[in-house]
Ligand binder design. Structure first.
Ligand SMILES: Nc1ncnc2c1ncn2[C@@H]1O[C@H](COP(=O)(O)OP(=O)(O)OP(=O)(O)O)[C@@H](O)[C@H]1O
Length: 280
């Protein structure tokens, strides 16, 4: 049991998005439980980012959005991000960290803002909280990083700052849209493990992880919703989907994982599939 009054942190019901006379998200319905980590997978152009923007209240004015989006039971479908009540706050982490941070304002000033605005802290306490949070995000020398511009940080450091910014708002839901795509392999692994540590319990935000990388999703999430051409084409436990994918896109993702697994296993001197016929 959770301490929340709602079992679902997010309910999406019959979400439709029209853009330029075209239906780009088509009657999408799914839910995300409190303390759950779920992924939204789909090929390029399947409507993942437009869905994320609608959930965040950041749809373009040119988009026509219908259907219900409830966060902790509150219908926010007609409300822009800034108009939403505190209990329906959503944190966000995007692929493009350069666009998410202002290079003309220090990292510290950007990180202090949510502590001051949402938690009523003084400048001094907010600075302490910002440094402590950056430390938890495994940013080295956080007391120095707060004095820098985001333009002086690496991509991995910037994504950790973005994650800290999202968590500083203490949201009940974190939407991470391709948060590792622009990072090198080591930084990807680090950001995935941070996401895993900082989400998915009753005391931390639930996570909606948006990606077309099934291996990354499998490291974080138990459940998946698969989109294709704006429609939900498969949904359920990620383990089951990976074992028996039914839609062509899910099959192609599982095939891609197996193609990568074989050379990796061989280079480790291991047989790729110990149960296969050639393994005697
Ligand atoms: N501003 C826009 N105007 C018109 N069509 C758009 C606009 N933004 C997105 N689309 C179209 O909507 C569809 C869904 O786009 P979306 O960005 O949500 O896809 P996606 O699944 O996030 O893709 P990717 O994985 O490449 O980011 C695509 O066909 C895209 O061309």
């Amino acid at each position: 049991m959770t301490s929340s009054a709602y079992d679902s942190v997010l309910e999406v019901e019959d979400l439709c998005i029209h853009l330029g006379g075209r239906m780009v998200v088509d009657h999408l319905t799914f839910r995300l439980g409190v303390g759950e980590r779920m992924c939204l997978l789909g090929p390029s152009g399947s409507g993942k980012s437009l869905t994320a923007r609608a959930l965040l209240g950041l749809s373009s004015p040119r988009a026509s959005v219908s259907g219900a989006i409830r966060i902790n039971g509150i219908d926010v479908s007609a409300r822009k991000a800034m108009q939403r009540p505190e209990t329906a706050r959503v944190g966000m982490v995007f692929q493009n960290t350069q666009a998410a941070l202002n290079p003309l304002v220090t990292v510290g000033a950007q990180l202090r803002a949510p502590f001051i605005r949402f938690h009523g802290m003084s400048q001094r306490d907010a600075q302490r909280a910002a440094i402590e949070l950056l430390g938890r995000m495994r940013v080295e020398a956080p007391d120095q990083v707060v004095q820098r511009s985001s333009g002086e940080l690496s991509g991995g450091q910037r994504q950790r700052v973005c994650l800290a910014l999202a968590l500083a708002c203490r949201p009940s839901l974190l939407v991470a849209d391709e948060p590792t795509t622009a990072l090198d392999v080591l930084a990807q692994a680090d950001v995935l493990s941070l996401l895993s540590e900082c989400t998915g319990t009753d005391a931390t935000p639930s996570l909606l992880f948006i990606s077309h990388d099934m291996s990354a999703a499998a490291r974080l999430c138990d459940r998946a919703v698969i989109l294709d051409e704006g429609r939900l084409v498969e949904e359920g436990a990620l383990e089951k989907i990976m074992a028996r994918p039914s839609h062509r896109f899910s099959k192609s993702l599982v095939d891609a994982i197996e193609r990568h697994a074989v050379p990796a296993a061989r280079s480790n001197g291991l047989e790729a599939f110990s149960g296969c016929a050639c393994h005697i």
